[in-house]
Ligand binder design. Structure first.
Ligand code: GLU
Length: 509
């Protein structure tokens, strides 16, 4: 095995990639880059019954959107493919049988001819007695397999085409010492392990065999994956021993938990509480159902990376905003938490808000254009950029811009009833007409100048700010929201300001 760190993300293309899967990919990537290593994408598609059309492309698209590049994977160059590929297990299927055979020869595995019906009958029988049927050391010699049958009988069955699987022969009476980078030492009594199927009657390896063979052949040094695979670790370590291969190190990542209550985060939680659990939108090819994605919901890819990194890890400092590069530098597997990471949808919005503030206004303005177009507005990008500068502070998403600043593009057609009642008093029409004239006379039409002139006028009239500023805002915006009034006036311009003031006096006066 080379000394270079090599890790892999090994999803099964059975549907859209859950954000838990994305986090696994991210931690693998961060660990690889931190250690100057390689990050591989391997598609584990040996279970043809669970294969879902489009799922592999979805995984690739999601990693691309998030900008988690893999060094080796299904689309890698010929040289890489020749050394370590193919990276789709379905394209490697001819490779696995020899390894299963090797284990039979060395006595680590055996043929089992038990039919599905027979196994079901055993299971049922056990259930009726309140027990669980486990195929292992305590009953394997009573079952229909090559450990019990003679060599001739076995050969005969195979020759006659009888269906068989190959099972792993788990050792008996051993306390297996395992080590996980995140969880530390774990002791497993091998007597509780079942003799897992390694090779199926359809000629395909199971996940366990293919996974170990591929990790070995691809020189994987660290297996970083979800906690749901922790129960398989004993078998995997035993398989390495059986092959006489050096096992990689293991790190099992904590679950991502529901926002409240027990259990892991599911699509249902997202549907119920209104947030996505997938990076990209996914249309189920069978049902046509559409699941929302972070991208389509308006999240920035770097914000998603940042909040995912913090689901189960933190750098041990107060800093919460990290670029991908900073994450690479700060990431340590032994700082990954053992306990589940609670998912907090408000925190994801907070992250997006923070990232939005950091983006260039030109970039934000460009992203805002389609929303404007949807509302029938086409206007100069410079103007849009100026609007964005004024309103972005309150936005979590680009989509919020319209709500926060539509009045920069269209004059109010109605006025908030409660505010109108409160702000539009007997003399307001008079003040607004006068303020319109004052504004009309300003030559240097800049926010600070306008502010100075209007404030001078308020003082000269011996009026209170409360008599002028709130109705002024109401006339310009239609409600009592928005940025600094003089910034609004400067941006929408003299003529528009005067028009809006006139209109308000007609409607509200
Ligand atoms: N194919 C497995 C999955 O879908 C990979 C588990 C592993 O990383 O070993 O999660």
């Amino acid at each position: 095995m080379s000394n270079k760190v090599r890790v892999r993300f090994a999803p099964s293309p059975t549907g859209p990639l859950h954000i838990g899967g994305v986090r696994t990919a991210l931690y693998n990537y961060l660990f690889a880059k931190k250690n100057g290593g390689d990050f591989l994408l391997r598609i584990e598609d040996t279970d043809q019954t669970r294969y879902v059309e489009g799922a592999e492309q979805y995984i690739v698209d999601a990693l691309n959107w998030l900008q988690i590049p893999y060094d080796e994977g299904p689309n890698s160059s010929v040289e890489i493919q020749q050394k370590y590929g193919p990276f789709r297990q379905s394209e490697r299927k001819d490779l696995y049988k020899q390894y299963a055979d090797q284990l039979i020869e060395s006595g680590w595995a055996y043929y089992a001819f038990d039919t599905p019906e027979e196994l079901d009958a055993h299971r049922k029988d056990h259930e009726e007695k309140g027990k669980t049927f486990i195929y292992n050391w305590h009953n394997r010699l009573k079952l229909n397999n090559s450990l019990k049958l003679s060599a001739e009988e076995v050969q005969e069955k195979i020759n006659s085409g009888e269906a068989y699987v190959i099972r792993f022969k788990s050792p008996q009476d051993e306390k297996l010492q395992l080590n996980d980078i995140i969880r530390g030492d774990i002791e497993i009594d091998t007597n509780i392990l079942d003799d897992k199927v390694l090779f199926k009657s359809d000629g395909m390896p199971t996940y366990h065999l293919a996974n170990i063979v591929d990790d070995h052949l691809m020189d994987i040094t660290h297996v970083i994956r979800g906690e749901e695979w922790l129960p398989s670790m004993a078998l995997h370590v035993l398989l390495y021993r059986a092959f006489d291969w050096q096992a990689p190190e293991f790190a099992h990542l904590p679950l991502i938990l529901k926002p409240t209550g027990k259990g892991k985060l599911s699509k249902r939680d997202g549907d119920k509480l209104g947030f996505p659990v997938f990076p990209l939108e996914w249309k189920d090819p069978a049902t046509g159902d559409v699941s929302r994605g972070y991208k389509e919901d308006g999240y920035f890819n770097d914000a998603v990376i940042n909040f995912l990194a913090f689901l189960g890890w933190n750098p041990g400092t107060e800093q919460e905003i990290f670029s991908l590069e900073e994450l690479v530098n700060a990431f340590e597997l032994d700082r990954v938490h053992k306990s589940g990471a609670r998912f907090d949808p408000d925190k994801t919005k907070w992250y997006n808000h923070k990232y939005l503030q950091q983006k260039e206004d030109t970039d934000l303005a460009t992203r805002f254009l389609p929303f404007l177009k949807e509302n029938g507005i086409e206007t100069a990008i410079d103007y849009v950029e100026n609007v964005v500068t004024l309103i972005k502070e309150r936005a979590n998403f680009v989509a919020d811009f319209w709500d926060l600043g539509s009045f920069f593009f269209v004059a109010p057609t109605e006025y908030d009833a409660k505010a109108s009642k409160k702000q539009w008093k007997e003399n307001t029409n008079e003040y607004m007409n006068e303020v319109a004239q004052v504004i009309n006379s300003i030559d240097t039409f800049e926010s600070t100048t306008i502010e100075a002139v209007v404030k001078d006028w308020i003082a000269s009239k011996e009026l209170g700010f409360g008599q002028v500023m709130p109705p002024l805002r109401l006339a310009l915006v239609g409600e009592m929201k928005g940025p600094h009034v003089f910034d609004i006036i400067a941006l929408i311009g003299k003529e528009e300001t005067v028009n809006r003031l006139q209109k308000a006096t007609q409607v509200l006066g």
